[in-house]
Design a protein around this ligand. Sequence first.
Ligand code: SAH
Length: 383
Amino acid sequence: MSMPATERTNLLGLPRPALESFVAQLGSRPFRARQLMNWVYKRGTGEFAEMTDLAKDFRARLGHSAEVRPPEVVRVQRSADGTVKWLLRADGTQAFEMVFIPEPDRGTLCISSQVGCALDCSFCATAQQGFNRNLTTAEIVGQVWLASTQLGREAAGADPAAPAGAEGPLERRVTNVVLMGMGEPLANFRNVVPALDILLDDFGFDLSRRRVTLSTSGLVPQIYKLAEVSNVALAVSLHAPDDALRNELVPINRKHPIAELLPACWHYLDEQNGRSVTFEYVMLDGVNDSPAQARAVARLLKGHPAKVNLIPFNPFPGTRYTRSPAPVIQRFRDELLQRGVLATVRRTRGEDIDAACGQLAGKVIDRTTVRLGNKLIGVAVQP
Ligand code: SAH
């Protein structure tokens, strides 16, 4: 690795085998990588000086050539319902977001995989800003590291202001991670897969594979590839029961239509011994929410290990869609249930801070937008 001495290796970007070779390059034994991971991920420290069971000269070499650097926080917002949203700096001008959603039985961290998104789904705020770049493995893992260490510190301080939910106290630790923030994770396959490895590694975050969910708009070839290298839970953005409507809502459908997408999902489950695929379905008033459309969704999924998660549409400035009324969503759900298809309605959280699904856009207070054609390509963060 020929690297200028000033450019230290960010350990958050190295899954265990890569960390072992890095440690070996520094002249230490590969098993030291596990000790190092224990400090970084279990104890949540990136200070080599604190890692007292590592030899002093090894610590000095680490200090010279390595670092544990999560993304820099631009702003933190807290919702009345306990949801927390972080705006994070990607570099001089770009920002991305992550959201923590506490519930009584779990704490879910929703992380981003790209700055912006290239897929152009018509109902998603992220799509409006266009695509800027892929996040690195260190930036993806760094989100989880940052949230875990920060929430851990708050819990240690026993923050009395932390809101309690209607059903009692809320889980304040990160117990689940969903790749449902900005970006299409399977379009950043190369950086996302090593990040998943670190999330699942016993010496990393040690999350069970059922507590890590990757959500995709339906990149069919990458679903097959993912089946070979990972076994996290899969969520797929369906949003329509037929190609004509899905072409309009999720344009990648023109390349990978429903008849190719569904077999890829069942293949994933077969390979991974998974329990079911979650199909996300955004509820758009008068667009995809009729009982006939619910019955069509049921026909697609019936008899397969699938569940449907209905997401009430979250509006954002400039959108032409509105949210389906609650009784329409209930009726849609009942149509599915009556046909033996499991369906739930996602509770909207963090609405008061624009932290709900599809609202993540990396906005900042002093923002300058750059336009390429008629598309926003970035959000400038004032230094
Ligand atoms: N690119 C991935 C993951 C990001 S979005 C994917 O498409 O699955 C996570 C979920 O939020 C997706 O199902 C997405 O379709 C949905 N979503 C996007 N915009 C939304 C909005 N405005 N309201 C509700 N859900 C939305």
